[in-house]
Write a protein that binds this ligand. Structure first.
Ligand code: FES
Length: 160
């Protein structure tokens, strides 16, 4: 199943010391690192599945399930929590119909909570891809998300 592309990624001369780069490239090609892919990589590198799984779950960059087109990060850190992060998360969950770690059925959004986004003075904060949204309120959530939904529908129309 993974033969051709994995052959290229795990080219001769690459071994377990290159495991991070190999996992990164495999994720780029396959979209995520599903268990069967991790098993295959482990076998080819002569490593245990548990070792690969440990690496993939340790680094935030890696993910084991398909992700949406846009990654939403809602901060649940202390500064954001005391300024209403719980309400922001509830509003996002309600808008998307998924909880923390979930991906919407249309594949547009994946929701994730994080310990701190590093912009505490703007609390409560959420982030979509590389864009910050500070001093959030639950009422603004729909408006913020609509920008990404509108972009998706324009793109879909243009490709028809
Ligand atoms: S606690 Fe939310 S940005 Fe730091």
């Amino acid at each position: 199943m993974y033969d051709e592309a994995l052959d290229t990624i795990i080219s001769s001369g690459r071994g377990r010391s290159d495991v991070i780069a190999i996992l990164r490239e495999a994720q780029d090609v396959y979209g995520c690192l599903m268990p069967p892919l991790m098993e295959e990589i482990a076998e080819r590198l002569g490593m245990k599945y548990a070792e690969i799984y440990g690496i993939v779950t340790f680094y935030e960059h890696f993910h084991c399930e398909p992700r949406g087109e846009h990654l939403i990060r809602v901060c649940r850190g202390t500064a954001c929590h005391v300024r209403g992060a719980t309400g922001i998360l509830a509003a996002v969950e309600k808008e998307l119909g998924v909880g923390d770690g979930g991906t919407t059925e249309d594949g547009l959004f994946t929701l994730s909570t994080v310990a701190c986004l590093g912009t505490c003075s703007l609390a409560p904060v959420m982030m979509i891809d590389n864009e910050y949204f500070g001093k959030m309120t639950p009422d603004r959530v729909e408006q913020v998300l609509s920008k990404y939904r509108d972009t998706a529908s324009v793109t879909a129309e243009a490709s028809n």
